[in-house]
Design a protein around this ligand. Structure first.
Ligand SMILES: [Zn+2]
Ligand SMILES: [Zn+2]
Length: 147
């Protein structure tokens, strides 16, 4: 407890993650917001799956511990670059030049137990015909409100 009886919050939870081969390792401090399941056609191809699970992390809270040089990027739409490990192909983050203050992390590469939870399915208008979306989370035709 802190001097004024409040819980000390100086020790923020630190999340760790990395790529499949282990070359790329990163840490996240300060939390993840707006975790969404994105069913758009670009995310489906980038993940090889029905959707990507992405969350926003402030740039100052995202740090590569090792292997930043093992990343390579692909600009999948103007200003939007997806970064992945050039050895194993794991998608790690994307950056958008219009919002340089944060990165979008591929949540499946995080190894720590996180306290945040997904808030919505987005771009459900682009979902694969074979996918049935289950659960009670909100579904949006395109981006979630406020983005
Ligand atoms: Zn790798
Ligand atoms: Zn997407």
């Amino acid at each position: 407890m802190g001097p004024n009886g409040k819980q000390m919050t100086t020790e923020k939870s630190m999340y760790k993650g990395g790529c499949l081969c282990g070359a790329v390792r990163f840490t996240i401090s300060g939390g993840i917001r707006n975790i969404v399941y994105c069913h758009c056609s670009l995310c489906r191809k980038a993940q090889g799956s029905a959707f990507a699970t992405n969350g926003i992390v402030e740039l100052e809270h995202f740090r590569f511990e090792t292997g930043e040089a093992a990343l390579t990027g692909y600009e999948s739409s103007p200003g939007q670059t997806r970064y992945f490990c050039k050895h194993c192909g794991s998608p790690i983050i994307s950056k958008n030049s219009s919002v340089p203050d944060h990165v979008r992390v591929r949540v499946g590469t995080i190894e720590s137990d996180i306290v945040e939870r997904p808030m919505a399915h987005i771009f459900v208008s682009s979902k694969a015909c074979w996918e049935d979306i289950c659960g009670d989370l909100a579904q949006y035709e395109e981006y979630e409100p406020g983005r």
